[in-house]
Design a protein around this ligand. Structure first.
Ligand code: 9D3
Length: 249
């Protein structure tokens, strides 16, 4: 079973966060275990101090190393990166990390234990990254107040890749990012809604035409919203021509 251990100063943040849909089912089926731990539980001073002022000066506070080292040691059985079991990953969620991708989610899904350290304040004492962390990860180029929302994102993306977590309805391989393009548009009833009609081709029953339409609409959506993805995907000649003839959009 894949085990997630989340180290945070706001364990309540995760109340209910993993109690819905696929994650809830995966937990109920015993495929994954997800636990959030209060960093203050690994402090030893009277005031349960987790942070302190930065050496060199500056605004804000920095998470102290001692409680985080104690937490990781306690949760992994080892106090240094090279001593973890090879199936253990210790992830520091930080704006300075490499950007989280589907490829990293796939790697983490093959682990037995993923420890997620949630940063807060101005940051985390760098000795944590130096000695404990196997992966320093950001979820994208925007500013969060802390690593907690990022931890939810990572757990969600990884759990759905654990074998058996998705129902038989869907399969993780047949999804948007595996194809390298964004998904095509989808429609359901009613046929007409507030004057907007479902594209005729989807009603035609002509499966080859429908498949071509879906591929072209996926290309159109990708060009509009994620042109960076088009560089990485191989298109056949028809698809390149189609994209070029659509340039006026
Ligand atoms: C002024 C320098 N800032 C760093 C870029 C300060 C700062 C901003 C936000 C320090 C900590 C944070 C809290 N963010 C996270 O802990 C975080 C995060 C994020 O802000 N964006 C994307 N991914 C992540 S993962 C953890």
């Amino acid at each position: 079973m894949l085990r997630f251990d989340i180290i945070t100063i706001f364990p309540d943040f995760f109340d209910g966060a993993f109690d819905h849909g696929i994650i809830r089912r995966a937990r109920a089926a015993g495929l994954v275990k997800i636990e959030a731990y209060d960093l203050r539980g690994w402090t030893s001073d009277k005031h349960h101090t987790v942070d302190d002022r930065p050496f060199g000066g500056g605004d804000g506070m920095v998470l102290k190393p001692e409680p985080i080292f104690a937490a990781v040691e306690n949760l992994t059985g080892a106090g240094a990166r090279d001593l973890y079991p090879k199936t253990t990953r210790v992830v520091l969620l930080s704006p300075q990390g490499r950007v989280f991708t589907q490829a990293l989610a796939e790697e983490l899904a093959r682990a037995e234990q993923v420890v997620l350290i949630c940063g807060r304040y101005e940051g985390v004492d760098e000795r944590v990254a130096e000695a404990l962390v196997t992966d320093e990860v950001s979820i994208g180029d925007y500013i969060l107040s802390g690593g907690e929302p990022a931890a939810v994102v990572v757990v969600d993306a990884v759990v759905r890749l654990v074998p058996g977590a998705l129902g038989s309805e869907t399969s993780a391989v047949n999804e948007s990012f595996s194809e390298g393009l964004l998904d095509c548009p989808h429609y359901t009833r009613p046929l007409e809604f507030r004057g907007m009609r479902v594209p005729e081709v989807l009603l035609s029953g002509h499966h080859a035409l429908i498949a071509r339409w879906r591929r072209e609409e996926a290309l159109r959506k990708t060009r509009r919203n994620r042109p960076d993805l088009l560089e990485k995907v191989s298109l056949d000649e028809r698809e390149r021509d189609w994209l070029n003839e659509e340039r006026e959009f």
